[in-house]
Design a protein around this ligand. Structure first.
Ligand code: MV4
Length: 449
């Protein structure tokens, strides 16, 4: 087992990782930027190293500075958390060459899943369902239009280096194709310095359902059931839950098997997520694989009663997994509490938190790095807390969430709590009747307090 883990991240996830390390008897090193000197991850770690100024490029994304912190503290492993360098194959490679264990998959696995066309080809070979579309990258507009007519409109153009919606365009007819192609390529080139584009059938009003998987160094891969992440806005998730209200035992069986095939096809090591699009007929298609721990991992932890960070550290240390799949025994839901003004188009609202009272009580979990008197810096992600509730049924879980949201007090800055309160009262949401288009029609006036 590792002696000392350096956490190459900040905020709630850094704190979350430190907690598990402590329970496992592993020493911890926090790194931080000058803007994060007051952050709890700095205080709770055994050691802390300031690695640079506020800008991420000079701190949390700066590989030489992080490797210097590894060297001076003698850490034998790095946990990257999510975001920042978590899916940076170059960073994983530098860790390998420096003899420090990157807690995550190999650079080869990260690269394979980071390129969407390669990932899709890998899934086809493994027998995982994918959305019908072009066989690899498109060469030109002419070829694109030909394929669009074969599969039928609407189609969607996607950047092979993409993810999170960048470089994506929906096309409804031949006339729209060229303009969409040009703008998708431009955006992809600007965002990823890679303008490779592919096309597939556009799945109308899909749900986003993802499977948590874990693989060890001996080729074993199992799944830990699903999370429904359909409540999103501009590709930012707002609420996640498990089980999905749309799931059936039969569908879970099929999707779980597909997720395991996906993991085994690349000999996956670590925790990962297989994202699927699911249409109203319960057809499902591989969308992307995330090769990291995700923000919403607590939802799975609560319904299967296992610590996923602990699983991650164990497999990285070469301990085999049990090899069995896990199924939800409870219902859990997570509301992301962001420092944002929901009535002003979710605009960031950084600043000093003047009072902070967390929701508490049975079945309530809050993962956060903030406290009364803390100043939310403007430089990073606006998520300041995750409120996770669990209960025997979805109905009780929503009731508990309503109670917890009413109890939660954050003053001094605007937060997304008013949105979550309104969502928990929405009839369609309560009925489990929603898809990824939900936020396009949600009446934000319901959030007025
Ligand atoms: C799609 C799709 C419909 N059909 N692909 C969005 C982000 C990127 N990872 C892929 N995305 C989508 N791909 C096909 N063939 C609809 C989306 C999509 C979406 C997916 C999941 C969650 C929210 C979404 C919001 C808009 C579009």
């Amino acid at each position: 087992m590792f002696n000392k883990i350096l956490i190459a991240n900040r905020g709630e996830i850094a704190l979350r990782i430190i907690r598990t390390c402590k329970e496992m008897g592993i020493k911890t090193v926090a790194i931080y930027s000058k803007a994060d000197a007051e952050s709890l991850h700095v205080r709770f770690a055994d050691e802390a190293v300031c690695i640079g100024p506020a800008a991420s490029s000079e701190s949390y994304l700066n590989i030489p500075r992080i490797m210097a912190a590894v060297e001076i503290t003698n850490a034998d492993a790095i946990h990257p958390g999510y975001g920042f360098l978590a899916e940076n194959a170059n960073f994983a490679e530098i860790c390998r060459q420096s003899g420090v264990k990157f807690i995550g998959p190999t650079p080869e696995m990260i690269n394979k899943m980071g390129d969407k066309v390669t990932a899709k080809e890998t899934m086809i070979k493994a027998g995982v369902p994918v959305v019908p579309g072009s066989d690899g990258l498109l060469k030109d507009v002419k070829q694109g239009i030909k394929i669009a007519n074969q599969i039928g409109y609407p189609v969607i153009l996607k950047a092979t280096a993409g993810g999170g919606g960048k470089g994506m365009r929906i096309v409804n007819k031949d006339d729209e194709f060229e303009e969409a192609w040009d703008s998708a390529r431009k955006e992809a080139k600007a965002s990823f310095t890679n303008d490779g584009i592919y096309v597939e059938k556009y799945v109308v009003e899909p749900r986003h359902i993802e499977f948590q998987i874990v693989g060890d160094q001996f080729g074993n891969v199992c799944h830990l059931s699903e999370r429904d992440c359909s409540i999103q806005r501009r590709h930012q998730k707002l609420v996640e839950e498990s089980p999905s209200p749309f799931m059936t035992p039969e569908l879970r069986e099929k999707m779980g098997e597909a997720a395991i095939k996906a993991g085994k096809s690349i000999n996956y090591e670590g925790v990962g997520t297989i994202e699927f699009l699911v249409d109203k007929f319960r057809n499902f298609y591989f969308m992307e694989m995330n090769t990291r721990i995700q923000v919403e991992h607590p939802v799975t932890e609560e319904v299967i009663d296992h610590d996923l960070i602990k699983e991650q550290i164990k497999v990285a240390a070469g301990i085999p997994i049990s090899g069995k799949n896990y199924f939800p025994t409870m219902h859990a839901m997570e509301c992301r509490i962001n420092a944002e003004d929901v009535m002003k188009d979710f605009r960031p609202s950084p600043g000093k938190i003047t009072s902070f009272h967390s929701a508490k009580g049975h079945g309530v979990r809050v993962d956060t790095h903030v406290y009364a008197g803390y100043t939310v810096p403007p430089y990073y992600d606006s998520m300041i807390a995750k409120l996770i509730c669990k209960a025997q049924t979805r109905e009780d879980c929503i009731k508990k969430m309503q109670r917890a949201l009413d109890e939660f007090v954050i003053e001094g800055i605007k937060t997304t709590i008013p949105f979550h309160k309104a969502l928990m009262k929405d009839e369609a949401f309560k009925a489990g009747d929603f898809n990824t288009g939900f936020m396009n029609t949600f009446d934000m006036d319901n959030c007025k307090e």
